[in-house]
Design a protein around this ligand. Structure first.
Ligand SMILES: [Zn+2]
Length: 91
């Protein structure tokens, strides 16, 4: 396999060729990431007990997007993560 050359040139989000090879994502996706990150961070500042689903619903982002930021951008939920939402217990 010799695909590591092209992998670095393409944006892993949208698959387009990046103009700036030093960034992880293309310019458009980097900008979208910044905006979505701010949205989630500011929501969590006002609602520190929110779970991932609530963040997704209230920021109008997809749950996968929220989980991606939690995992990759050092955002943390204070409420304990419940791996199976069907078993979530409400207080
Ligand atoms: Zn992109």
């Amino acid at each position: 396999m010799n695909n590591h050359n092209s992998a670095g040139r393409l944006c892993p989000h949208c698959g387009r060729i990046k103009s700036d090879q030093s960034t992880t994502f293309c310019e458009t996706c980097e900008e979208a990431d910044r905006l979505d990150y701010k949205r989630i961070r500011s929501y969590l500042q006002h609602h520190p007990q929110a779970n991932a689903m609530e963040v997704a619903n209230n920021t109008e982002l997809s749950i996968n997007r929220v989980l991606y930021f939690l995992k990759n951008k050092n955002l943390q939920l204070r409420a304990p993560e419940n791996k199976n939402p069907h078993n979530a217990k409400l207080p």
